[in-house]
Ligand binder design. Structure first.
Ligand code: ADQ
Length: 498
């Protein structure tokens, strides 16, 4: 796990506040504070797609990141990372963590926005905590932002921040990006606090979503509230304008998030050193030299469809369609939201399936499923991507899914295949993948077999598919995402100030 050494250790605490012209605010800082049993404190990269995507943007802008440091009841001083990003921690109490983070954010909004894969819980005291914590984040941002600064609010945990900030600091330009899907209006309307939530969001100057379907859902919802909607949906532009009864207008657009392709290229290049020592071959050898390696890389979340993927693999072994002496499946699962019941159940179901499949099909010293319930460093992750023949990305629903794009970015040689859920946002762009319906185990099996068969019997066609996806990802990286969003936000700001 990579460590980021704060300069505060040598006394270089951020001097003064209110002088940051670019501020990102997200629930989590890009690093988590780790407190050892002897009280020693250190920092580790925090998990998840938002951090992967937004970190390089902040590094390029040398901006300020306001967020929670990952441990409760701790308020470290602001500090600058080695890469020049000013981190401004916001304290969450244990009560906030339970009611705002685990409760409202992850047991109400997360399942609601992911189309009810599990049933959302509506709890009034969680909503109170959500409002309180959003007020705290907005107040912190208001104190660090320079006059006329640009503030970019990230994700579903902070949907009230644009509205509160607008009250506190009318001089700011406020963008909001939603990293998860926006649900159909009928589902959104189940939320008891739907109007206040929507009102908070609409005080932004620009709202960005990953997909056209997200924007359609959002616009339909707004029309139901008698807002004036004009323009048309555009990609990487604020094609839609929504005007509120008080005269405030905002832009809405599709901004598909992506990955830092140059950082991946640099990691791959650095890895050639290890390559010369045969590290990749050694990993393959340690796995029993399977002719086909399937790979899954996910936060351990019920939306990611890990269990269904394992069941599909088990059925293929059971029927003899795959030979357990020839294949292996590696599943890396980052621990996530571990105290929430639905996450505990998902973990125990996944681990039970791993144990059963290995019990049925492994030989001594050669498991068919290699399962790791922990994070790995980026360079090790890249090595797993390179090792894989068939990448399995089968979420029931996913805003985008960066893992699919990261895998493709390691395939400059056009090797390998991607099995991809049609309900991952990435399926809108990676159309050459082996698409499947993750709710249909037969369909996952079919896609896995087509990919395996294609690699053996039709390598040229498979290379064409991978090459098209590789070019797509290389031409649409995270810089394009950030520049398009911030460019559209800047253009709106100029329009308003004319
Ligand atoms: P996530 O749900 O976290 O992100 P994803 O987009 O796949 O999903 O990002 C996961 C990130 O974590 C990737 O960068 C991946 O490399 C990393 N990761 C996963 N498992 C790992 C492991 N075992 N070790 C190390 N790193 C690991 C949310 C939304 C997505 C959306 C992103 C960005 O749910 O739909 O794509 O935000 O907007």
């Amino acid at each position: 796990m990579s460590e980021t050494a704060p300069d505060s250790a040598d006394g270089n605490v951020a001097s003064g506040t209110g002088d940051n012209s670019f501020v990102v605010v997200a629930n989590r800082l890009p690093v988590d504070m780790i407190i050892e049993s002897d009280g020693t404190k250190s920092w580790q990269e925090s998990p998840g797609g938002l951090v992967s995507a937004v970190s390089p943007v902040l590094e390029k802008h040398q901006g300020c990141w306001v967020g929670w440091p990952g441990v409760t009841d701790e308020a470290p001083e602001p500090f600058r990372t080695e890469r020049g990003v000013l981190l401004h921690p916001v304290e969450l109490t244990q009560h906030d963590f339970e009611e705002f983070y685990e409760g409202f954010s992850n047991a109400t909004l997360w399942p609601l926005y992911h189309n009810l894969i599990v049933t959302p819980e509506f709890n009034r005291s969680w909503w109170d905590a959500y409002r309180d914590v959003n007020l705290r984040f907005a107040t912190e941002v208001a104190s660090v932002a320079a006059p006329g600064a640009t503030v970019w609010v990230q994700d579903y945990q902070l949907q009230l921040v644009p509205g509160i900030l607008r009250q506190l600091r009318p001089d700011l330009t406020i963008g909001f990006f939603l990293h998860i899907p926006f649900p159909p209006p009928d589902i959104y309307r189940q939320l008891p606090w739907r109007s206040e939530m929507l009102r908070g969001l609409l005080d932004a100057d620009l709202i960005g979503f990953h997909l056209e379907s997200n924007v359609r859902n959002f616009v339909e919802l707004c029309r139901g509230y008698d807002m004036e909607v004009s323009g048309e949906i555009k990609v990487r532009e604020a094609g839609i304008t929504i005007t509120l009864p008080n005269g405030h207008s905002l832009g809405v657009g599709v901004f598909p998030i992506s990955i830092d392709t140059s950082a991946i290229a640099a990691t791959l290049a650095a890895d050639t050193h290890h390559e010369s020592h045969g590290e990749l071959e050694q990993m393959h050898h340690n796995m029993g030299s399977p002719s086909t390696v399937f790979l899954g890389v996910d936060r351990l979340d019920y939306t990611k469809g890990i269990l269904q993927r394992l069941l599909a693999f088990e059925e293929l072994l059971d029927s003899g369609a795959l030979d357990p002496k020839e294949v292996a499946l590696v599943q890396l699962a980052t621990p996530s939201r571990e105290r929430i019941d639905s996450y505990r159940t998902t973990r125990s179901n996944v681990e039970e399936a791993v144990g059963r499949i290995n019990g049925r099909f492994s030989q001594i010293g050669r498991p068919v499923v290699h399962y790791q319930h922990r994070s790995v460093t980026k360079d090790v992750l890249m090595r797993y991507y390179r090792l894989a023949d068939v990448m399995l990305v089968t979420p029931f629903r996913d805003g985008m899914n960066l893992v699919a794009k990261e895998f493709v970015a390691t395939r400059a040689d056009s090797s390998g295949a991607l099995v991809l859920s049609e309900f991952a946002g990435a399926a809108d762009e990676l159309t050459q993948a082996h698409l499947c319906n993750p709710f249909d185990i037969e369909d996952i099996k079919k896609a896995m077999l087509q990919a395996t068969w294609g690699l053996k019997n039709n390598p040229e066609a498979m290379k064409e598919r991978m090459s098209a996806m590789y070019n797509q990802v290389m031409e649409h990286d995270v810089d394009l995402w950030a520049n398009a969003f911030l460019g559209a936000l800047g253009a709106l700001e100029q329009k308003h100030s004319v």
